[in-house]
Design a protein around this ligand. Structure first.
Ligand SMILES: CC(C)=CCC/C(C)=C/C=C/C(C)=C/C=C/C(C)=C/C=C/C=C(C)/C=C/C=C(C)/C=C/C1=C(C)CCCC1(C)C
Ligand SMILES: [Fe+2]
Length: 528
């Protein structure tokens, strides 16, 4: 296990030609750009958590039937300082670092040299975000790092905080059909005003500013939602959108601001300031995009932990919200390297497995309905929403599917009624062993699997003559647990889930988190 999760991976900044088996359709031209942790040991020091690892960006470039692989460590300030000091000097969420300059001569010299140990990490290891023509590596802090999608070179560091008052922001933004970015962040330092902020980054800027092209300069706050508890804002990793609403799930998995403020002095990591309150409720907030106000009805469900929204849409006066949820926060705990390094059969068992659940919120229901009435009138679901005597609505979900994570959809259907989820499948361990296509209508599943193969998040690429939702390809990079079997990029026909092609590369591919496919037409040639 530690071989795959915790071993440092080498970077391959020069393109490596992959060996293609099968027939790549001629329209598949562009770059699959992905991000994830690649290095967990620096000198003699080690990160505690898998989500702490130094960002290793990698790409598969499709050009005229050929595939090229590249990978490069994000040259974040965090990376540079750590490498220079030959130890971890910048804290990550799961690892508190103490860059005491008096500790040894070497570290002292290093501090004189570079002066700046970043206060907060810019190790953006989770996802890739597109703003206008720019691509950024993202994490959940206030920093994002621009990258060149062709060469994977690291460009400027951008501080969200310069444009919007947030200290944390998600790495899962949404995009509208014009390419405008919609994202959310939390403001925690303004005492007594802890709030969640929803903002928009436009996809184009006035012509005269084209040269500087700072889309973030034109960031616009849409609205903010006060936190239920000023000292305990909820943690969230993604959110949902429909045509008319933004969906924010305020879960009882919360940051404790007082604990955060004292963590450094207490010698504990920031992750220890995050806790699950199983006796609390999970609040589902619907924000009307037009009025920029929350709908007045209070909607809740039982305590749960969620990282990934799958999709959401409106149907006949209801909002349907599909998410991957857990009964508790044990997943976060399990990703500590000490847990991942244990024998698979031993402790590394998921004590709570991910489940894809559908919540249905009624919009324009009869206000005189009796207490206890189920307000959901959609025949297609067993999800319920009960009216309570204080006027609140209590939602109970429908189970769509168990054991899937890292969900993707055909993004043309984002915010709209849809039918298919593509995801990695896990069983009772944190090891992805299959790729699943789930039909949410029939609950039928198609599976791809192969011995010793650990598939990454499957990315859907629509075919140019798309007629049906699943006309397209699935791209998933496959890490192998058998050193004799080379890793590869798998290309599946999304409709049938049969293999179209595979592109094998003889490198130490890393297990990653998220990424994007950039079609040729969106690639700015001047970057090359
Ligand atoms: C093994 C695989 C690939 C598949 C198996 C299938 C499966 C079960 C997949 C499940 C995948 C999931 C659920 C992935 C989830 C990834 C997350 C939640 C990453 C979060 C990172 C959050 C990070 C890095 C957050 C860093 C935040 C920091 C450092 C914040 C610092 C701070 C700032 C900036 C302001 C002041 C406060 C604070 C100290 C909190
Ligand atoms: Fe994620």
């Amino acid at each position: 296990m530690d071989v795959i999760f915790g071993r440092n991976k080498e970077e391959h900044p020069e393109p490596i030609k992959a060996e293609v088996k099968g027939e790549l359709p001629s329209w598949l031209q562009g770059i699959l750009l992905r991000n994830g942790p690649g290095m967990h040991t620096v000198g003699e020091t080690q990160y505690n958590h898998w989500f702490d690892g130094l960002a290793l960006v990698h790409s598969f470039t499709f050009k005229n039937g050929e595939v090229y692989y590249r990978s490069k460590y994000l040259r974040s300030d965090t990376y540079n300082c750590n490498i220079e000091a030959n130890r971890i000097v910048v804290s990550e969420f799961g690892t508190m670092a103490y860059p005491d300059p008096c500790k040894n001569l070497f570290a002292k010299a290093f501090c004189y040299l570079s002066h700046t140990i970043p206060e907060f990490t810019d190790n953006c290891l989770i996802n890739i975000m597109k703003t206008g023509e720019d691509y950024y590596a993202t994490s959940e802090t206030n920093f994002i790092r621009k990258i060149n999608p062709h060469t994977l070179e690291t460009l400027e560091k951008v501080d969200y905080n310069k444009y919007v008052a947030v200290n944390l922001a998600t790495s899962h933004p949404h995009y509208d059909s014009a390419g405008n970015v919609l994202n959310m962040g939390t403001s925690i330092v303004d005492k007594g005003k802890t709030k969640y902020v929803i903002f928009k980054i436009p996809s184009s800027v006035p012509e005269k500013e084209k040269k500087k092209k700072s889309y973030l300069k034109h960031l616009e706050v849409l609205c903010s939602i006060p936190s239920q508890s000023l000292l305990h804002p909820s943690y969230y990793h993604s959110f949902g959108v429909t045509e008319n609403y933004i969906i924010f799930v305020e879960q009882p998995f919360k940051l404790d601001i007082l604990k955060l403020a004292t963590a450094y002095f207490r010698g504990v990591n920031w992750a220890s300031c995050l806790s699950f309150h199983k006796e609390d409720k999970t609040w589902i907030h619907l924000i009307d995009k037009k009025t920029k106000k929350e709908i007045s009805t209070k909607i809740y469900t039982d305590a749960m932990v969620l990282f990934h929204h799958v999709n959401a849409y409106e149907e006949d006066g209801h909002v349907v919200v599909d998410v991957i949820s857990y009964p508790d926060n044990s997943l976060y705990q399990m990703f500590y390297l000490k847990n991942l390094n244990e024998d698979l059969e031993g402790n590394t068992k998921l004590t709570s497995i991910p489940a894809c659940k559908r919540f249905v919120v009624p919009l324009g229901f009869d206000k005189d309905a009796e207490v206890g009435t189920n307000l959901v009138k959609l025949p297609s679901t067993t999800a319920t929403a009960l009216k309570e005597k204080d006027g609140n609505i209590y939602c109970q979900p429908e189970m769509l599917c168990e054991g899937i994570e890292l969900p993707r959809i055909n993004y043309d259907y984002n915010g709209k009624k849809y039918r298919y989820i593509y995801a990695t499948e896990v069983q009772w361990s944190p090891v992805p062993t299959k790729i699943a296509k789930v039909d949410v209508l029939t609950k039928e599943k198609l599976i791809w699997e192969e011995e010793h193969c650990w598939p990454a998040e499957p990315v859907f690429v629509p075919s140019p003559d798309l007629k049906e939702e699943d006309d397209g390809l699935i791209l998933s990079s496959i890490v192998t647990s058998d050193p004799r079997k080379a890793p590869f990029l798998l290309i599946l026909d999304a409709k049938t889930f049969t293999e179209t092609a595979r592109a094998t590369v003889n490198v130490d591919l890393h297990l990653d988190l998220h990424g994007v496919f950039i079609p040729e037409k969106d690639l700015n040639a001047q970057h090359e």
